[in-house]
Ligand binder design. Structure first.
Ligand SMILES: Cc1cc2nc3c(=O)[nH]c(=O)nc-3n(C[C@H](O)[C@H](O)[C@H](O)COP(=O)(O)OP(=O)(O)OC[C@H]3O[C@@H](n4cnc5c(N)ncnc54)[C@H](O)[C@@H]3O)c2cc1C
Length: 355
């Protein structure tokens, strides 16, 4: 039997399972999935989990079941591509024939002193739960500083302001306008929403230091009861520590068919793989589909493609609380209720197909 090991059952890992199971896995291949969480987590909803507007159960989806799928619950501690071995905390190492690394990303603190120690995070389910608990235990009038107004910072600030009108939310962003990756029209729409909903936006900010319950913007101290970091991500530390060329987010550079240039048996998917596109669940799923194509061809003894057509991304949608939203679909800006309904619809479909 050959062992295909998948590290991480996030959007990339889950898509690979769904593409291979139940009918496309050759008789002589078993899959071992390793994750520190015993179910697939819907990371795109962590902003709502942290804000306390959805329950924990709503962001969990069971992993599929199959006689040749072995789900291993544990913490990956090392990836040894020389000996084709995966180290897992308090468990025997796993040996693989083919490996897919989809361990996602972590916060990047850009060297801001104290940021790793004194800010809360929504980059893993454990951290999002912890953030939920501190945010929701705050008394009225408490100050919440959210550092970084990209998609996740905006979604968290809006969800929290809608559910806790008594909080004083400050959203800090480096840019002249928030949501720098979106057209200015959309940024202004979202900024107006925040003005109407009493979220203070601090543009052109530069967070120089964080201490317990205090952040420094251009060295000016600002007292906060809770500070949440949404100002940057980088590849999982295990990937950053691997040999091989990486981009500025620590993501491994891969060939056009998604494996390491020096090892055709090690594939990288999702937030761990370098790409010209911004990291997203959609991108992870697109890469996963192509990796499955390569594996199926290799297992069949067919010639491998030199490359794939570009992955088609449908767009990106953000929420502003439960009723309004914004986004880009097929290069067109959309705002308001329609955007929010589309986002909810996509989540519903995802759960329907994976649940
Ligand atoms: C608030 C927020 C909103 C977002 N909204 C969108 C959106 O609207 N649309 C969109 O396309 N994308 C969105 N994203 C981005 C999207 O969530 C990620 O790009 C996507 O999750 C990447 O998928 P992945 O498979 O690479 O990793 P993940 O989905 O993060 O999965 C990684 C898996 O690895 C496991 N893992 C990590 N380290 C270890 C270890 N050491 N040992 C064992 N297991 C480990 C984790 O438990 C997890 O299951 C959002 C992200 C956030 C934070």
């Amino acid at each position: 039997m050959k062992n295909l090991v998948i590290l991480g059952g996030g959007y990339g890992g889950m898509k690979i399972l769904n593409e291979l199971l139940p009918n496309h896995l050759p008789e002589d291949v078993t899959i071992t999935l390793v994750d520190r969480v015993p179910y697939h987590c819907l990371k795109t909803e962590y902003y709502a989990l942290a804000a306390g507007t959805i329950s924990d159960k709503e962001v969990r989806v069971a992993f599929p079941e199959h006689p040749r799928l072995n789900v291993k619950y544990g913490e990956v501690t090392g990836i040894d591509t020389m000996d084709r071995k995966i180290n897992i905390k308090d468990a025997e190492p796993l040996v693989y024939d083919d490996l897919i690394i989809g361990l996602g990303c972590e916060d990047k603190y850009h060297g801001v002193p104290g940021a790793d120690q004194f800010t809360y995070s929504i980059q893993s389910i454990e951290k999002a739960r912890h953030t939920y608990s501190v945010l929701n235990n705050l008394g009225p009038g408490s100050v919440v500083g959210i550092i970084g107004a990209g998609l996740s910072g905006v979604e968290l600030a809006s969800e929290l302001s809608e559910s806790r009108e008594d909080l004083n939310i400050k959203l800090f962003d480096r840019g002249k306008h928030i949501l720098s990756a979106f057209p200015e029209r959309l940024s202004k729409y979202v900024e107006n929403w925040f003005v109407r909903n009493n979220v203070e936006i601090i543009n052109n900010s530069n967070i120089t230091k964080v201490e317990e319950n205090r952040l420094y913007n251009h060295d000016e101290p600002i007292e906060c009861d809770v500070i949440v970091w949404t100002a940057g991500i980088q590849a999982n530390e295990l990937v950053r520590n691997m040999d091989g060329e990486k981009d500025r987010m620590g993501r491994l550079i891969v060939t056009p068919i998604h494996h390491l240039p020096a090892d055709e048996h090690v594939f990288i998917v999702g937030d761990c793989a370098s790409s010209p596109h911004a990291p997203s669940a959609q991108l992870a799923e697109g890469q996963a589909e192509q990796i499955v194509e390569v594996l199926k061809k290799r297992w069949n003894g067919d010639e491998l493609p030199a490359s794939f057509p570009p992955i088609k991304l449908k767009g990106i949608l953000g929420s502003l609380g439960k009723k309004q939203g914004f986004g880009m679909m097929a290069d067109r800006a959309i705002t308001g209720r329609v955007a929010r309904m589309l986002k909810s619809g996509i989540l519903w479909m995802y759960k329907f197909h994976n649940g």
